[in-house]
Design a binder for this molecule. Structure first.
Ligand code: DAH
Length: 352
């Protein structure tokens, strides 16, 4: 059986050769040499036709077995190549028993520091932290805050809407037809909190907000705010001013001043913008820095959550955490907060 001898020597040769292969081009050329149209196995197969008829079934079987064996050799060569490629991507082997490289103690992000400090100060006077989703609905973000669709105040904030069919199972809707959007302020948490239960209410809510802003040194399409809502009987502007004075003195030290300027917000009446003066801080260069908005909760807001505006009164404020952190640390470009540059972040440790 001459063909049998031919096949077994071919397999022996292929086995030696394929085991030495380390790269894809080598594998491709070996494949062509053995099983390609002009390959050695193909050549042997062509001889079947000239073998005596009675021997053909046995030869055919033999050829098929050899073919399968060759294919197995090719497959294992490919698997070996893939392993080598992966190893070279992963670099030198890792010894997991070695102690870690000491990167030194970590530090908190400046925005985390400011947020936590604000919460700490406000918790001391009885506020608790409330949470709300970043994907919101029009009702919580605008309508319930006395800002109906046709209201001009809504215009600058009409921003990241999701397409009509979008579904967020964990964000409750008030009306089935409402659209989802990325919240443009944390004020939506006021509504969510009031709908959860009756007054009195004393909450703060830090979190991320989104605006249609082109990024530059003082604008970012996403940023952070902290919201505050206080609902009780006989709440006045005086209470609001006292809280803000307390908050900023605790945050920035004695000598910090706050002032109110009349403004318009749909959900408060009267409404103010809050300015801050902290000239005693070495990094504060301006006399007054605008820091947020506030006011006395508008009776319309109470009506939309089912509170009796004849009985309940309240104040609310919201401010930007980045703005505060920039003031405190003398940072003049908002973008640095999101760039994860260790040279900047390393400079902050716990405490302001
Ligand atoms: N939501 C306002 C903003 O993003 C800030 C604000 C103003 C919050 C007045 C309030 C408020 O709670 O009463 O610009």
């Amino acid at each position: 059986m001459e063909m049998q001898a031919q096949l077994s020597s071919l397999l022996a040769k292929a086995s030696d050769e394929l085991q030495a292969i380390r790269t894809r081009p080598e594998l491709e050329s070996a494949k062509a040499r053995y099983v390609g149209p002009h390959g050695e196995l193909t050549a042997v197969m062509k001889q079947i036709a000239s073998a005596p008829k009675e021997e053909r079934p046995a030869i055919g079987k033999l050829v098929n077995e050899s073919k399968a064996r060759l294919q197995a050799l090719l497959d294992s060569a490919l698997a070996r190549i893939e392993e080598l490629e992966l190893a070279s991507r992963l670099g030198p082997p890792i010894d997991p028993t070695l102690p870690p490289v000491d990167g030194g103690p970590g530090t908190f992000h400046p925005l985390t520091l400011v947020r936590e400090e604000l919460c700490r100060i406000l918790r001391k006077v009885g506020f608790t932290v409330a949470d709300g989703p970043e994907v919101e609905t029009e009702f919580y973000c605008f309508d319930a805050l006395n800002t109906p669709p046709e209201h001009p105040a809504r215009d600058p904030q009409d921003t990241f809407y999701f397409p009509q069919g979008a579904r967020f199972a964990n964000v409750s809707k008030r009306n089935p037809g409402e659209r989802y959007l990325l919240r443009t302020h944390t004020s939506s948490v006021q509504v969510r909190t009031m709908l959860k239960g009756p007054p009195p209410i004393r909450i703060i809510s830090p979190g991320r907000a989104y605006r249609r802003d082109t990024t530059d040194a003082s604008h970012s399409a996403n940023f952070h705010q902290i919201e505050c809502l206080y609902v009780d009987r006989s709440v006045t502007v005086r209470d609001l001013k006292a809280l803000l004075d307390y908050l900023f003195e605790a945050l920035l030290g004695p000598g910090t001043k706050t002032r109110f300027r009349p403004h318009y917000f749909g959900y408060t009446e009267p409404s103010f913008e809050v300015d801050l003066s902290a000239r005693h801080l070495p990094k504060v260069r301006k006399e007054w820095i605008e820091i947020g908005g506030c006011g006395i909760v508008d009776p319309e807001v109470f009506r939309s959550v089912g509170y009796d505006p004849e009985v309940w009164t309240g104040y609310a404020f919201g401010m930007g955490i980045e703005r505060l952190a920039m003031t405190l640390y003398g940072i003049d470009d908002i973008r640095v907060f999101y760039q994860n540059d260790m040279r900047l972040l390393k400079q902050f440790s716990w405490g302001l």
